[in-house]
Design a binder for this molecule. Structure first.
Ligand code: FES
Length: 251
């Protein structure tokens, strides 16, 4: 299979990484350590990840940011968003044609026992708003739990290679979005008082004000905050037109 991997980028450094093998519909392919399944498939020239159950339309990457589920694949038998799931060595990745079959209950690894924790402030979303709020609260001596479903903090900033404009003091004008993410991330870690949970999805806000959070895919925790701050950010509105979900159209 031809390789389409980007080896040079005008802005982003490309660090050398070890190679790992995985399987796509039975074919052996090579990915980079820590790479998302979708990136590894693209690097190997695969653009179509499956077909829609209603009209059999090809499906692939649309948002590349975990928001749409159009990049669904089966990874070792489990349906996952390929743009959000890292390749593991030896992983069996299969296309989803129609509706994926759910794995048998007995084949799914059990969740660890649910525990409940109380925190002064829970912030859902580790983008610029969530991180800035966390830092300000922490500076005032308030302990914060900051959760995000990605593998690093930064939210949409990590997708932005352009330099920001406006005020240097307020929004780091002149600095690239991805570098602002790193600056804010450093502040979060340096200020103390902030507990960060990555790979953690807030699944529900219950009527008793507890929030169910799935951490790392296998640990479920009920968080009882005195204050809940939702900083899940913005999402671009996609235009509706025929074929707007086909691979090669991004939103
Ligand atoms: S969730 Fe993966 S492309 Fe949208």
């Amino acid at each position: 299979m031809t390789e389409y991997r980007i080896r040079q980028h005008p802005i982003l450094p490309i660090e050398p990484r070890e190679e790992v093998e995985f399987h796509w519909n039975g074919h052996r392919l090579v990915a980079k350590q820590g790479e998302m399944i979708a990136s590894a498939l693209f690097a190997n020239g695969v653009r179509i990840f499956g077909h829609h159950p209603k009209d059999n339309a090809p499906q692939g990457i649309f948002c590349a940011n975990g928001q749409c589920a159009q990049c669904l694949v089966l990874a070792d038998g489990v349906p996952v968003k390929s743009c959000m799931t890292q390749v593991r060595p030896g992983m069996r990745v299969e296309s989803v044609d129609g509706l994926p079959e759910l794995p048998k209950v007995e084949e799914v690894s059990p969740l660890y026992e649910t525990r409940t924790i109380a925190v002064p402030v829970l912030i859902i979303g580790g983008g610029p708003a969530g991180m800035s709020a966390a830092v300000q609260l922490a500076k005032s001596g308030i302990k914060v739990l900051l959760v995000d479903d990605k593998t690093r903090l930064g939210g949409k900033l990590v997708l932005q290679t352009h330099r920001f404009f406006g005020s240097i003091d307020a929004v780091h004008a002149g600095t690239r979005g991805i570098d602002i993410a790193t600056l804010l991330e450093r502040e979060v870690h340096d200020v103390g008082n902030i507990d960060v949970w990555l790979n953690s999805t807030a699944l529900a806000v219950f009527s008793d004000q507890k929030i169910g959070i799935l951490r790392g895919g296998d640990t479920y925790t009920l968080v009882e905050p005195q204050v809940l701050l939702v900083a899940t950010g913005a999402r671009e509105k996609s235009l509706v037109f025929r074929g707007n979900t086909l691979p090669g159209v991004y939103g």
